[in-house]
Ligand binder design. Structure first.
Ligand code: ADP
Ligand code: MG
Length: 304
């Protein structure tokens, strides 16, 4: 169960048209049976990584192994084991979903009797659209069709590049449900997202990537503990306030008439901290709070 299904060593990519590295020496291990999230802001290098795995982009250097096969030596075998759902929708508008599925099945040499197209379309709630022109599908339906298409050859690894970007809430939940179902049935899932909540809800392991570098790779629990941080900013009427002794350890900034505290949500609360201040009889003029967001996590991780 703990076996690594994908191992990446010192992978780099420099596109010809730029002089910076889109991937700058990344190392990753992805466990068989996991839902692995590659989380990072736009431009971090997520799609580049996915596209290298999918054989759509050539790497500059480094090693990629899938099922212990070398991507340089067995690209075809590897591709046959991957189902890739790219970030951009690329469905031919003149085909129906069923035709799209059958074309894909043909490409992978799937025999008619093994063709699960209708079953897959059903799973993604697209069976009633099976024979409609793809151009008549909504954006959400097209996205589901992309997922369906990637499933045609029953690959043991599914890779989804920003599966729910620009997708409405209802469909997002459905896609998440479906991804979980696939995973329960034994499929290893790799997805990229710039949306922290998505990683939080779906993934059991996460790599945080920024500017072509993996800056953290850990269980979801450990990465999200960084999100436990919250900030409290208090502004006072008078300038003669004092930070109570027991709050000093939280104090990260102090001006004439304000103070900023950083604390952990799981250990303390805004109400508690404000109460301690109120006991000192200072007049509070304004209270504001700030949660640490993804951006801050990146910054904190980069400082480490
Ligand atoms: P992400 O998917 O995390 O948003 P990408 O992998 O798409 O990031 O992009 C990483 C970096 O590589 C960005 O700086 C982007 O501008 C650059 N890049 C991506 N694709 C190309 C390309 N085909 N040619 C040149 N630069 C590219
Ligand atoms: Mg991308």
């Amino acid at each position: 169960m703990n076996k690594n299904i994908i191992v990446v060593n010192n992978l780099t990519k420099k596109y010809k048209t730029t002089d910076k590295f889109a991937l700058n020496g990344i190392d990753l291990k992805i466990r068989k049976g996991s839902i692995f999230g590659l989380l990072g802001p736009n431009g971090a290098g997520k799609s580049t990584f996915i596209n290298i795995l999918a054989g759509l982009v050539n790497k500059t250097s480094g090693e990629v192994r899938v099922f212990d096969l070398d991507l340089d030596k067995d690209p075809k075998t590897i591709r046959g084991n991957l189902g890739v759902v790219p970030q951009e929708i690329n469905i031919d508008p003149f085909f129906t979903p069923m035709q799209v599925m059958n074309n894909q099945a043909g490409m992978y040499g799937i025999k008619k009797k093994n063709n699960q197209s209708l079953e897959i379309l059903k799973n993604l709630n697209l069976d009633d659209k099976a024979n409609a022109y793809s151009r008549s599908l909504s954006g959400g339906m097209k996205r589901r069709l992309m997922v369906a298409k990637a499933m045609v050859h029953s690959p043991p690894i599914i890779i989804l590049d920003e599966p729910t970007a620009g997708v409405d809430v209802e469909l997002r939940n459905k896609l998440w449900e479906y991804i979980r179902k696939l995973n329960k049935a034994g499929t290893t899932i790799i997805l990229t997202t710039h949306y922290l909540k998505e990683a939080e809800i779906l993934c059991d392991e996460l790599a945080v990537i920024n500017k072509g570098k993996v800056i953290a790779c850990d269980t979801k629990k450990n990465i999200l503990s960084l999100l436990d941080e919250k900030y409290l900013i208090l502004e006072f009427e008078n300038t003669s306030f004092k930070v109570p002794e027991r709050l000093k350890k939280y104090c990260i900034k102090k001006t004439k008439n304000s103070v900023e505290l950083k604390f952990n949500k799981s250990e303390n609360s805004v109400t508690n901290l404000v109460k301690v201040f109120e006991k000192t009889k200072v007049k509070i003029k304004d209270i504001s709070t700030k949660d640490s967001d993804l951006e801050e996590i990146f910054i904190n991780l980069l400082k480490k």
